[in-house]
Design a protein around this ligand. Sequence first.
Ligand code: ADP
Ligand code: MG
Length: 662
Amino acid sequence: MLEEIKGIGPKTLELLGKISIETIDDLVRYYPYRYNIYSPSNILDATDEDTIVISGIITSIPKVSYIKRNFNRLSFSLETSNININVVIFNRAFLSKQLFIGKNVTLIGKYNKLKNTFNCSDIKLYGLTKTEVEPVYHMVNGLKTSTLTKAILNALSNKDNVSEIVPEYIQDRYELMSTYDAIKEIHFPTSGEKLKNAKVKLKYEELFEFMFKINLMKFKNQLFGDFVIKEITDEMVNEVISSIPFELTSDQRSAIDDIVSDFRNLRKMNRLVLGDVGSGKTIVSFIAIMLNLKCGYQSAILAPTEVLAVQHYENFISLFKDVRVELLVGSTKKKDKEDIINRLKNNEVDVIIGTHAILEDNVEFANIGLVVTDEQHRFGVNQRKALQNKGKCVDVLYMSATPIPRTYALTIYGDMDISMIKQKPSGRKEIITKQYSLSSIKQITDEIEAELNLNHQAYVVAPLIEENEETDLNDISKIADMLKQNFKYKHSLGIMHGKMKKQDKEDIMNKFKNGELEVLISTTVIEVGVDVKNATMMVIFNAERFGLATLHQLRGRVGRNSLQSKCLLISDKETERLKVLEESNDGFYISEKDFEIRGTGDLFGIRQSGDMAFKIADIRRDYRILLQCQKDSQEFLNDNIENNFRNYSYYHHIQQQLLNNS
Ligand code: ADP
Ligand code: MG
């Protein structure tokens, strides 16, 4: 218990609570976020501007003068680097009793050579002979660093207050520092080398535990449900593939191979197809559905919106005949719905495509064998589970168009198997991307009009400026008016924004898809995944307001066939960052850059941010350790899962918790 630690009274306890320190473990693992490094300088080497650290002996009785309330001045002389200097420090009158002739002190501040005066900003009541490293903690008002470090020191006086998490044989393998020593070093550093090793140990420990949990989840997913082998022959695969009117890319082909081997395997499939926009993930899932059907099972495609569900439906029926496909969405008429539900139950429907309408309790399947979820990050875990629970042996295939570098995929999607599609279908041209400032509106409209005159279509995106209906609307309608005028009212424009009714949005979207509208102006509500092949122009206003990954996603709405497409980024600011998009059409490269610029924050919608909150590790900087931990924790799991981690109570506990929570 925290209050049993010497130096922690009720008041400190409360303050510690504010920085989420509730247990002794929290306390000792409240790591500093940086260090101050004090290295004593020779005062004669410093210029007037340098903030320096000096150490010396007091040579005069300190004088205190009170200037006004709450403002006082303390001065004394000091011998340092063999000269005598004057020292001035404000508001330290309370220290005067501890400062006497002959006392060794360390001072931080600036030295004015001309006046031979050291203007001191901080004073430490001891001499400094070598470099000293002082930890700096995130603090809360009222809590003193010294109180915190004393409490930590007291807690560390009992070695049992620190538990070793990394299994001993791994500890030995890498000759890691013990956790106790590492924690002590991190709070009370003794040398640069040791501090470095301490950090490595604590990062390893943190990432090992994280990867262990991910690997355990993966293991558990594979156990779920009954075991069924789908007997897929190579002939079946070839037959389905040869019915596709185009040549698959080799990445698509290898994703299909992955899926086939999952089907043939006793384990349940839990696979993520990760591919850039327009890389052709959908067809991969369709082929999986056809193979699943050949084994006698039903399939479902879960799409995040009605527009996407309809698109998949139309796409599917145009590619595959003799398959009983139905569409089930919110707007499906009640009578049709009942009919579809009945036929699903009686195994008279092979493939159901829809939105969360499919998830409703009254939707039952005769024998569902595969669930495909498109743009999976939009579905919560519970919704996915609801679908999985609709059958006994449901394989799950997720599709995501958020390309992330493999390293990060390994962590956030580490409990799934991953197939990456990096190539674009052949014949696609790179989308030409250009930046314009808003003042070039004439050129911008000319560029758009040039496309419209070729009978192509254009998207125009204007971001929500504020969470305010009025401004939002004004803004898009202003842009719409401006474009209409510049087009001399020759072209048809549609406006779509987040505040519109769902039905109205879908109507506009459908008109655009049918070609009734030539230009679609919208806030970012255009769906990820919408496929309008004839659209060749994407114009994004205030491009600086979006992350690179989002811009790339938006740009991916065009360039969806062999026509040359263009993307115009309109911005008066931040041309440097946007250059990344001019340079590259590769989502994986762009996401790498986005990570570099913004860190890991934003893209990880799928995992709760809490899951990714590390105390000391940083998956980007420490990815080598992460990769090692991935391997080591998997090996540890394989060796111990059968006896439930009998010799490792810490991991036994984690395992039990995970089992109970599902
Ligand atoms: P996304 O990966 O963004 O979901 P889609 O699956 O919507 O991409 O595919 C984009 C377009 O490319 C679709 O119209 C699809 O029919 C087409 N396509 C997919 N694979 C190929 C291929 N190998 N060759 C030619 N066109 C393809
Ligand atoms: Mg898609």
